[in-house]
Ligand binder design. Structure first.
Ligand code: FMN
Length: 165
């Protein structure tokens, strides 16, 4: 069983989440390729997909949006899981409403979509990004919850590698 896990991050927290997911899938015996969506030329040979994007201004990144548009036909024939990384919903951190992320996610018939809390570290951001995030009410902090991410990855393993569960 071969999985493509593609993750789109500007400042690293989505990539961190993607690494945790990949680690878990591999531990369950699944073969996982991890790459950025803009580097993907073709998706033949994959049995399932995990797509992860940071959320900026309520949208997935342009790179991930382009990926889903380029491969929407192939993605519709295989199981797809999706995660978003953002700060909306904090402190609850449970917001997973695809309408907030725009039409891209609605174009995919995903098995499951979840939004994980990410990170707001002003020292890594441009003045413009800092200002927008603060206007949006972001509080400084690293909210990546490795345990929650691993638990979610385990639900994928249960579907794709039931023998390992
Ligand atoms: C300019 C800017 C806009 C953002 N817009 C949103 C948003 O609309 N919704 C949200 O949940 N988080 C938003 N965030 C928070 C980011 O999604 C969060 O910091 C995330 O961890 C970034 O992921 P990355 O480190 O992979 O780039 C925004 C952050 C910045 C700096």
């Amino acid at each position: 069983m071969k999985i493509l896990l593609t993750s789109s991050s500007r400042h690293g927290s989505t990539d961190e989440v993607a690494s945790l997911v990949a680690e878990r899938l591999r531990a369950a015996g699944l073969e996982v390729d991890v790459t950025r969506p803009e580097l993907v030329d073709g998706v033949e040979g994959y049995d399932a997909f995990v797509l992860g994007s940071a959320i900026y201004m309520t949208h997935w990144t342009q790179e991930m949006t382009d990926f889903t548009q380029r491969f929407v036909a192939q993605l519709s024939t295989k199981p797809v899981w999706a995660f978003s990384v953002g700060l909306s919903g904090l402190p609850q951190g449970k917001v997973s409403d695809p309408h907030r992320i725009g039409p891209v996610l609605l174009s995919l018939d995903v098995e499951n979509h979840v939004t994980f809390p990410g990170r707001f570290d002003p020292t890594r951001l441009s003045l413009r990004e800092r200002t927008i995030a603060r206007l949006g009410g972001a509080s400084e902090g690293d909210y990546v919850d490795a345990q929650a991410v691993r638990a979610w990855a385990d639900t994928i393993c249960a579907e794709l590698a039931p023998a390992s569960a």
